[in-house]
Design a protein around this ligand. Structure first.
Ligand SMILES: Nc1ncnc2c1ncn2[C@@H]1O[C@H](COP(=O)(O)OP(=O)(O)OP(=O)(O)O)[C@@H](O)[C@H]1O
Ligand SMILES: Nc1ncnc2c1ncn2[C@@H]1O[C@H](COP(=O)(O)OP(=O)(O)OP(=O)(O)O)[C@@H](O)[C@H]1O
Ligand SMILES: [Mg+2]
Ligand SMILES: [Mg+2]
Lengths: 256, 256
């Protein structure tokens, strides 16, 4: 049975997509069978793997509208063991279309259920908001990873997010647990990163991954080559960090 | 009569809040009377000016619910000529609450109308999404500034955003015009910034500000001190860039 992990934070630009792509790729390199699912209308996850989001037969949007089985939208990637469910920009319409739909919060959960025995991990990327797409992701997930940028605005967002997770747990998904908070874009040149990290350790009682993702130019460049960091720059600090994160996630979730 | 400018981009973390705060502050330094309005439930604009978003009597949320005049929520800042309408996190509820409200798209436009003769500029910061709060901002605005991060994912977002602006123009605000696209976080160390900027100039027919905001550590640090860059590090490259932007915006909009 797959571990379904939602990468979530309504604060924008904190490294959700970068984490979804590179964690999924490194878990596949560790021999795990992984399904990466793009639930963001910006289609960044799909683009970051070099897929043209405008020329796809089936996407997650068709699955949410109950018109397509998830298996019809699944496509292979350049990494052995990693498959992708792509997004297209008409997903932006789903937020509005789902408002009046029946069982609107559990559409994604029902769409991925038939595939849960085919993968060890399902990683879901999402938009920077707490709307219906994120609610679908949190309802389908067993656990969440919260990327937090080591910059000033990072911490208020966390309080709001934990509040929303509590609402989801009470009404839609009692099992939902926080796998951990991941510090991203850590910049050793400035005291700010250390200050944010220190403040997080004081205020947040949950698990903080010991892996910290450094700010690394290679991670910015990789998506423009349509490749995860393990293919674009396997010896970079970015690749080393995401490889260490994949080990940590595997240790936490894969019972040998 | 005020020029109402909405800072908008549904892509997260591109520098919307940083642009809103520092453009507003530098316009005030140029002797303009400026009202900065925080329409993001993350309250980053409010925090970036050192205001405690949890201890406010009145915020933009109360104004949208028609319970308070905007004038009651306006507060002074450390900069002469710059006033703030703060946000609180209960603004997150507005997206849902407004869905069934009457004339839900024009709430902000009607709330700010009585103040338009008291300011030369009204600058509106918003969330990284195209929901009802952003629609309110775009309906109240005369023009928009679109910050674009010089990184790979920046350009798809622009196509979607221009599409949304077209919809707003046709149904809610025929006058809405794009004042310009602003390149942010430009990093001369990597070819990527130059590539994104080149691609933008080829594909985007509208106005691109000649001011480019460099990636500058001082801009990251300033909000943690509750100050705009002009107070925190007035000689930094970040302050120089936002000062140049304010000049450009003033030239475009203020007819002597
Ligand atoms: N550790 C890092 N070092 C340097 N750049 C990074 C790092 N992580 C992400 N980036 C870059 O920062 C930008 C934002 O990252 P990303 O798109 O992954 O964030 P996001 O949270 O998914 O954004 P959104 O909220 O819009 O979905 C991207 O251009 C990405 O390439
Ligand atoms: N030119 C710059 N150089 C360095 N850091 C910057 C620059 N502009 C913004 N930042 C930092 O990058 C982060 C994202 O910027 P900001 O919060 O302004 O983006 P945003 O678009 O408002 O994000 P959101 O989509 O969440 O509203 C912040 O921590 C900010 O301090
Ligand atoms: Mg993303
Ligand atoms: Mg912001």
């Amino acid at each position: 049975m797959a571990n379904v992990i939602s990468i979530v934070n309504q604060k924008g630009g904190v490294g959700k997509t970068t984490t979804a792509i590179n964690l999924a790729a490194h878990l596949a390199l560790l021999g795990q069978k992984v399904l990466l699912l793009d639930l963001d209308p910006q289609t960044n996850c799909t683009m970051g793997l070099g897929v043209n989001h405008a020329a796809l037969p089936k996407t997650i949007y068709d699955c949410l509208r109950n018109e397509t089985e998830l298996s019809e939208a699944i496509m292979p990637t350049a990494i052995e063991g990693l498959s992708l469910v792509p997004a297209s920009i008409d997903l932006a319409g789903a937020e509005v279309e789902l408002v009046t739909a029946l069982a609107r919060e559990t559409r994604l959960k029902r769409a991925i259920e038939p595939e849960l025995d085919n993968y060890r991990f399902v990683i879901i990327d999402g938009p920077p908001s707490l709307g219906l797409l994120t609610v679908n992701s949190l309802t389908a997930a067993h656990s969440v990873i919260i990327p937090i940028q080591c910059e000033y605005y990072a911490l208020t967002g966390l309080t709001q997010l934990l509040h929303t997770l509590g609402l989801i747990r009470r009404s839609l998904n009692p099992e939902l647990d926080v796998l951990g908070v991941l510090l991203t874009m850590y910049d050793a040149r400035t005291k700010l990163s250390a200050q944010v990290s220190e403040e997080l350790r004081q205020h947040f009682r949950g698990h903080i991954f010991s892996t910290v993702i450094p700010r690394n130019i290679r991670l910015t460049e990789a998506p423009s080559h349509g490749q995860p960091i393990c293919l674009y720059a396997p010896d970079s600090r970015g690749a080393t960090a995401y490889s260490a994160l994949a080990e940590e996630v595997k240790q936490l979730l894969v019972k040998e």
